[in-house]
Design a protein around this ligand. Sequence first.
Ligand SMILES: *Cc1c(COP(=O)(O)O)cnc(C)c1O
Length: 376
Amino acid sequence: MSDRIRNYLAAHRFDEPVMVLDLNRVRDNYLAFAKALPDTRVFYAVKANPAPEVLSLLADLGSCFDIASVQELQMALAAGATPDRISFGNTIKKEADVARAYGLGIRLFAVDCVAEVEKIARAAPGSKVFCRVLCDGAGAEWPLSRKFGCEPQMAVDVLEHAHRLGLIAHGVSFHVGSQQRNPNMWNEALAMASKVFRDCADRGITLAMVNLGGGFPTKYLKAVPKVQAYGNAIFEALRRHFGNRIPETIIEPGRGMVGNAGIIQAEVVLVSKKREDDDVRWVYLDIGKFGGLAETMDESIRYAIKTPRDGAALEPCVLAGPTCDSMDVMYEKEPYMLPISLEIGDKVLIEGTGAYTTTYAAVAFNGFPPLRQIVI
Ligand SMILES: *Cc1c(COP(=O)(O)O)cnc(C)c1O
């Protein structure tokens, strides 16, 4: 854990949950991506943590940005990114928002069907489009289902349609699933991407770019491979499937860029049992699913939790949040081992919470304010 965060928390007292984010870690992560994938441009996925300090730092380091809405676009511009460094990567956009983005200078858009291509052709004429293809997300701890992307054969038709409407059929994108712990998952996706390149070439369309998506993990309880292992696996897969005609590539890390830069400090509100001789205790924190820990949904992401009593004997606990919704239980199917001596009022540290926390916090469910973030 970051000494800077430890020292900061030791010097300040908070009565509410707080996420402290160490910008030095974000810088290290950016530089690690740039080193592991030297020929690939980095488009930070703004949704993971849109704090202005994070966006400005990344803009200064030379990062590009993947945005999903006009609001995120404005945040990236405000941080100093020029429009040529921004990709509108959401495949589901209102035509009015495409037009506003075009007006702000955006010329790169994601699509995954003909109807979306038609919106772009009308509202952002002459722009570059890339088609997202389905990827099953096997092996990811936060898989992305079938909501985004189309079958590869259809991608060829979608790109051809874009070409006919005067857009630039630029390339293909995929996302191997978030928190993807297997670097080899890019191999299969790149095989599919190269097939789309060949099929488009057969129709006289030359694609130029592969968007390798996000998926790079952050360390929670289980170990994860280093960024370099992903870089190596991706480079080998590009060689294997594209030979000596390797296309332009981009990545869109979100979690891998900011996850390990943040730590949430929370407080134990209650420790109780449901009957005297129960062997599972209930531990209620002042943060839960509605306070920023939405990724505990289905117990998908298992955070590492540090307590002031670490080293003492452990006991299985159900871990829950403070709100009056019975869904606000984080770990129950697989109880969480916590010190028996844990007490009401203890401060706990939830590690690896720099991504997908602050923006997931409810505005005021039960009156609790959204998760506060302090960037240091
Ligand atoms: C959310 C998202 C990302 C970031 O994914 P991570 O798994 O956090 O790296 C990248 N690209 C797109 C299109 C996304 O929607």
